[in-house]
Design a protein around this ligand. Structure first.
Ligand SMILES: [Zn+2]
Length: 210
């Protein structure tokens, strides 16, 4: 059992039923569970760990991060990728990102198979599925208030096959609490890609792969 007190926030945004915003707010947390919120004067004066925000910060409920694009900020100033649409931006920067260690989801359909990413950047679908399963079994925690749950991410209709979309959805469903997401209908070229490749709008395509 461990407790945490976050006190003296400039404003505490509760997002409760009354949408209360508490000036000089505080939160008392026990084992990852918020136990009390209120003004700093009305909450327990101390805890195992105390964070004094000194009236300078706004505290709001945590957002669930299903995936991030942080690594792409490293290449935001590449001249050839300025002022262009999504597909040109991706095609210009994929070769640079391929030298990094992480990507925003699994990709299996390279250029030679009609996809957008370079062949060197895609992986075998059986490897993707095997590794997804390994990660779920190693890190996914479906207990109440757990802080690590996994979300599978077949990257987009233009970088994975319908089979991988389908298999990923089936795998996510087979583990309680594991979710699935992808990029969909990001712009007109993406919608056109779905229409010409699958004969379906992005929404109908997503429906068709489960
Ligand atoms: Zn994304």
């Amino acid at each position: 059992m461990s407790t945490l007190l976050v006190k003296n926030s400039y404003t505490l945004v509760t997002m409760d039923d009354e949408r209360r915003e508490i000036k000089n707010g505080a939160i008392f947390v026990r084992d990852n569970v918020v136990e009390q919120v209120g003004t700093s004067e009305t909450l327990p004066p101390t805890a195992d760990k105390v964070l004094d925000l000194k009236g300078r910060h706004i505290v709001l409920p945590g957002l669930i991060n299903t995936h991030h694009h942080f690594f792409q900020t490293l290449t935001r100033a590449v001249p050839a990728a300025q002022n262009c649409d999504l597909f040109h931006w991706l095609q210009t920067l994929y070769p640079i990102w391929s030298k990094l260690t992480d990507q925003g989801g699994s990709m299996s359909v390279g250029e030679s198979a009609g996809g957008l990413p370079p062949n060197a950047l895609v992986e075998k679908e059986s490897d993707i599925l095997k590794d997804s399963q390994r990660l779920i079994e190693q890190y996914h925690n479906n207990n109440r208030h757990a802080m690590t749950r996994l979300v599978l991410a077949p990257c987009s209709p233009f970088s994975v096959s319908p089979a991988l979309m389908r298999e990923s959805a089936a795998m996510a469903r087979s583990y309680p609490g594991v979710r699935l997401h992808t990029h969909l209908a990001e712009n007109k070229s993406d919608v056109d890609y779905s229409l010409s490749t699958f004969g379906l709008s992005p929404g109908d395509y997503a429906e068709s792969v489960g």
